[in-house]
Design a binder for this molecule. Structure first.
Ligand SMILES: Cc1ncc(COP(=O)(O)O)c(C=O)c1O
Length: 416
């Protein structure tokens, strides 16, 4: 009943019609979602002729990047594009995140969720293998602002999760809140901690202090491994913060990092990136993967090599200076938005090196939230609404929002 053979024309009509029912980032005034169209320098429509489109050609050749290609052997069938995936891993681990050359493993995961789960899985098995830890003694510890992939990962991996409270206004963890969560966990039999710190949280763009976590776990004298969730911030914060960014592999306590190219790097979905120091990823090797050359230590199975190509093309099109300029412009636009909100006396949170602006709920009517696609922290009981200054969120998109907000606030007498 569902499966009916169709002509090429019918197929085209159906898909193009479906696309008109999706959001159009160019034409509509959607400014709240952490998503946008694919990078326009690499994926422009007029470049989509076969001879000029390495990405489409890769899709058609359909390389399978199953496994991890930074250690041991790999499927020899796809050696060409696997080498490009290794370049992406090196650019991210060594150039962006300042790691030492050839000291990192990694792979292109389906997204930030998978990359975070890969980290939790790796450390769970590490504690189990090195210390004979039972699952009941291992827990994830992260802030209440962390992405829900931590809860998902802990659930799937059958370990506990403890949440560290953040301050409502500053969104910061504190020494006391971390100690409280660790002590609670210890009293419930936890001795091994997978600490996950954020480089830009989903809702606020806030950045956790590594020192606060590390001081607390060291004071409590527990075993831990530190993972950074930079799914949103990985292609933003190291550039907006510049030389002052200390959350990178120069810090020996950081063992692994998640990045997502399908957020700020405007790559197609399926471009999460998992990076780990050498001598860790083998803890997730599945010995039973005997038909895969080089075995498999990744969470996913088969995955498209075209995803690695897309990321490599985007990063190579900009180069480091072009990327810094891109982030510089987004920072300026975010500054502009914050200045205007201050003038309207709207209370909001913004980390100084972030492009996420999260406004308190009392200033935002349902009408404005819907019209401008603002995302609440909680759909049932919103306390905050966010704007994410993505590539398509230009002043042309921000000004109508600010005008409407001003109009509504005047009515509510918030503004002089
Ligand atoms: C901070 C953070 N971590 C992880 C994720 C999960 O990423 P994905 O949706 O690619 O699985 C997100 C997604 O919004 C995120 O913002």
């Amino acid at each position: 009943m569902n499966w009916i053979k169709k002509s090429q024309q019918e197929i085209n009509d159906k898909i193009f019609l479906a696309l008109t029912h999706n959001v159009n980032y160019q034409k509509e005034s959607i400014i709240g979602v952490p998503a946008t169209y694919l990078d326009e320098k690499v994926f422009t429509k007029d470049k989509f002729t076969m001879s000029d489109t390495p990405f489409l050609s890769t899709l058609l050749q359909n390389p399978n990047h199953i496994g991890c290609h930074t250690l041991g052997s790999s499927e020899s069938f796809f050696a060409g594009t696997q080498a490009i995936e290794r370049e992406v891993i090196s650019i991210c681990a060594e150039d962006i995140l300042k790691g030492t050359i050839d000291q990192f493993d990694g792979y292109i995961a389906s997204g930030g969720t998978e990359a975070n789960m890969q980290a939790i899985w790796m450390y769970r098995n590490y504690f189990q293998s090195k210390f004979k830890a039972k699952y009941s003694e291992i827990a994830v510890i992260c802030s209440t602002d962390s992405h829900y992939s931590m809860a998902k990962g802990a659930n799937i991996l059958n370990i506990s999760i403890y949440k560290v409270d953040v301050d409502f206004e500053t969104r910061e963890i504190s020494r006391d809140s971390v100690l409280k969560a660790i002590r609670q966990a210890k009293s419930e039999g936890i001795n091994y901690f997978v600490v996950v710190a954020n480089m830009m949280t989903t809702m606020f763009g806030s950045v956790d202090s590594i020192e606060v976590y590390v001081d607390a776990v060291q004071e409590e004298n527990v075993e831990f491994k530190l993972h950074i969730d930079a799914a949103f911030g990985g292609f933003y914060y190291p550039f907006s913060k510049g030389e002052n960014n200390l959350i990178n592999f120069q810090n020996p306590i950081i063992s692994s990092i998640t990045l997502d190219a399908h957020k700020m790097a405007q790559a197609p979905y399926g471009t999460g990136i998992f990076l780990a120091r050498k001598n860790l990823i083998h803890y997730t090797t599945t010995q039973e993967a005997s038909y895969v050359e080089g075995e498999d230590c990744t969470l996913v199975g088969s995955r498209s090599g075209a995803n690695a190509i897309a990321i490599w093309m985007i990063l190579s099109t900009y180069g480091p200076n072009g990327w810094s300029e891109k982030i510089f412009i987004l920072q300026k636009r975010t500054d502009y938005l914050c200045d205007q909100l201050r003038a309207l006396k709207v209370q909001f949170y913004r980390h100084a090196s972030s492009n996420i602006v999260t406004m308190k709920e009392q200033y935002i009517s349902k009408e404005i939230a819907t019209k401008f696609g603002l995302i609440p922290d909680n759909h049932h009981d919103p306390k905050w609404y966010k704007i994410v200054v993505m590539d398509h969120v230009t002043l042309e998109k921000l000004n109508p929002f600010l005008e409407k907000l001003k109009e509504q606030l005047k009515d509510k007498m918030y503004v002089d």
